[in-house]
Design a protein. Structure first.
Length: 203
């Protein structure tokens, strides 16, 4: 297998992902731990892109799950993102078994990992409707005010966007209550509130 082929396609990842063979996929997955940032990131992007339209990344599910407990923040986020991308192919309902581990990353010690995990929820929400009530419970109990002041607005916006996506699939009073309190609780500036209003009150 040739890493140069991967690098040469960095501006053409969508078509490159569509052309992957099983052999090349097997070559790419170990590159997720590659020390070279560019190679690791390109392998990650290609596998994510492939996951959007093909089920042949799903067999590596356990590899991605193992990354959730990694001491390396990048590996945790890689695992969370690729799991999110492959829940659409999860006919065996493996996600339910690791749900709590996955959602625990919403409170990860690293702020970037928390944000990314929350941001992935709209990607997979419609493929795991049986878990949406639990997702809502997890999100509304994140202690936003325990974070650094500079982080509160960002994480709150991520939570709001995830809840809005869930509300489109399964409305609930718990979501509505949280959204109202979030909009009036003082953590969001006027610009953010104005931007969110059309999503909260669709015509």
């Amino acid at each position: 297998m040739d890493i140069n082929a991967l690098i040469s396609q960095k501006n053409n990842l969508e078509e490159f992902a569509a052309s992957l063979t099983a052999e090349y996929i097997n070559f790419l997955v170990p590159l997720l731990t590659e020390k070279n940032d560019e190679i690791r990131y390109l392998a990650f992007l290609v596998l994510c892109e492939r996951s959007n339209n093909h089920p042949d990344i799903y067999p590596y599910w356990d590899v991605f799950v193992s990354k959730l407990s990694s001491e390396d923040t990048y590996q945790r986020t890689i695992g969370a993102t690729l799991i999110a991308a492959n829940i659409r192919w999860d006919e065996k309902k493996k996600f339910a078994r690791i749900f709590q581990t996955y959602m625990s990353l919403c409170n990860d010690e690293k702020f970037a990992a928390s944000r990314l995990t929350i941001q992935t929820i709209p990607v997979w929400a419609k493929y795991a409707p049986e878990l949406l009530d639990k997702v809502v419970d997890e999100l509304v109990h994140i202690n936003v005010r325990s974070l650094k002041e500079s982080q509160r607005k960002l994480i709150l916006l991520d939570i709001i966007n995830a809840l809005i996506a869930i509300r489109e699939l399964k409305p609930s009073e718990k979501i509505t209550k949280y959204l109202i309190e979030a909009m009036t609780g003082g953590l969001l500036d006027k610009k953010s509130v104005k931007k969110l209003e059309p999503q909260l009150n669709p015509t």
